[in-house]
Design a protein around this ligand. Structure first.
Ligand code: HPA
Length: 370
């Protein structure tokens, strides 16, 4: 493999000039830069990133530790993180913690050993000593989606409270009064926050969330199926199940079908997190949608800010409700104030409910500490 010395010889310049030319240094003339680039092309030279890291003490690499790479929400998050990082000149190494604190620690340790420039984490738990030490040692870090309280680490997340309130309003309008939730693990902020948001929204409608109507899940499909089976075995089963993530919603759908029952006629279903195949399930699933791609991009920008010595702020973006058919027919869109006259003498067509209705687009980014 060609070395930097070979490139210098081929271009007729010094090794230092090759280095400066490749790093875009302004002191290199356009002619010298062109000769260097031609030599790089001819010899197939690849710069040695390890040598450069040793020189600059930077690897231009970010670590991303996510809780479950098989969950489509985190898959989309990882995609947007990689895209934004690439746009800013960084590579990403992903560690999948699989909801296990020991694996999370393994990835954090490995990434720190590899001298990543900064770390994005969606924590699986309340934070291990290793993670807390890394923060205290000044490792640039940003929490995304989930977070650990009490640390000077920016948090990039969405706030689902308004969308959950809208969901409960929608369910109430459809006549549902017995509403249950399949919760995520209480060790996670997202596990706790979604139950609280649901409880608060129910209270606004004078509804309670009895203990029997809280299923303990682990953000995986099997737990959604088991919780739903238990709900269906109650003397007074709920009319609606709200699954706190997309995988548990799929498990709930399975449980209803396995009993020969139907959604929404026998049990209505809603999910936190919209995923592409909720449009294709039968029925399409009503969901609280997070701006997942934007969260990933904002998290990378906050981390790169921290790495490059800028403050790097917390960002909270609103989620929104997407109404489909899994809770009953969505309300028809409001009639225009001055309805247009019918087009002609033929019989007017029957009004049709939209396949999907969404709340207005999110309000502007709010920057705040959670
Ligand atoms: N777990 C599972 N799904 C999710 C989460 C989470 O913490 N956040 C957003 N979607």
């Amino acid at each position: 493999m060609a070395s930097i010395k070979d490139v210098a010889a081929e271009a007729g310049v010094s090794v230092a000039t090759v280095s400066r030319a490749l790093n875009g240094h302004p002191s290199v003339s356009a002619a010298a830069r062109a000769r260097v680039l031609a030599a790089v092309e001819t010899l197939g030279y690849r710069p040695n990133a390890v040598a450069r890291s040793l020189r600059t003490d930077q690897t231009r690499t970010l670590g991303l530790v996510i809780s479950d790479v098989m969950n489509p929400y985190f898959t989309e998050l990882a995609r947007s993180v990689e895209e934004e990082a690439r746009a800013l000149g960084y590579s990403v190494i992903i560690g999948n913690a699989d909801e296990r604190p020991d694996l999370q620690d393994h990835h954090v340790r490995t990434l720190l050993d590899r001298r990543i420039d900064g770390l994005l984490v969606s924590p699986t738990d309340g934070g291990s000593p290793l993670m807390l030490d890394a923060v205290r040692a000044g490792t640039p870090m940003v929490f995304v989606d989930r977070w650990i309280a009490g640390l000077d680490v920016p948090v990039v997340r969405s706030d689902g409270r308004a969308a959950v309130r809208e969901l409960v309003a929608h369910l109430h309008r459809l006549g549902h009064r017995r509403l249950a939730i399949i919760a995520g693990p209480a060790a996670t902020t997202t596990g706790r926050e979604r139950v609280t948001a649901f409880q608060e929204a129910l209270a606004e409608y004078g509804l309670r969330l009895p203990d029997d109507y809280i299923g303990q899940g682990d953000f995986q499909a099997t737990s959604g199926r088991r919780a739903t089976e238990r709900f269906l075995d109650l003397d007074e089963p709920p009319e609606v199940v709200f699954a706190a993530d997309n995988l548990m919603a799929l498990g709930a759908l399975d449980a209803v079908r396995a009993r020969g029952l139907r959604v929404p006629e026998d049990l209505a279903l809603a999910a936190f997190d919209d995923i592409p195949w909720f449009v294709h399930t039968d029925p399409p699933v009503t969901a609280v949608a997070q701006p997942t791609g934007e969260l990933g991009r904002a998290a990378v920008r906050a981390l790169v800010d921290r790495i490059e010595g800028r403050p790097g702020e917390s960002v909270t973006l609103p989620a929104r409700l997407v109404v489909r058919r899994s809770c009953g027919e969505p309300a028809a869109p409001p009639a225009p104030a001055n309805p247009p006259a019918p087009a002609g003498p033929s019989t007017p067509s029957a009004p049709t409910a939209p396949a999907e209705t969404a709340a207005p687009s999110p309000s502007p980014v709010r920057r705040s500490k959670p």
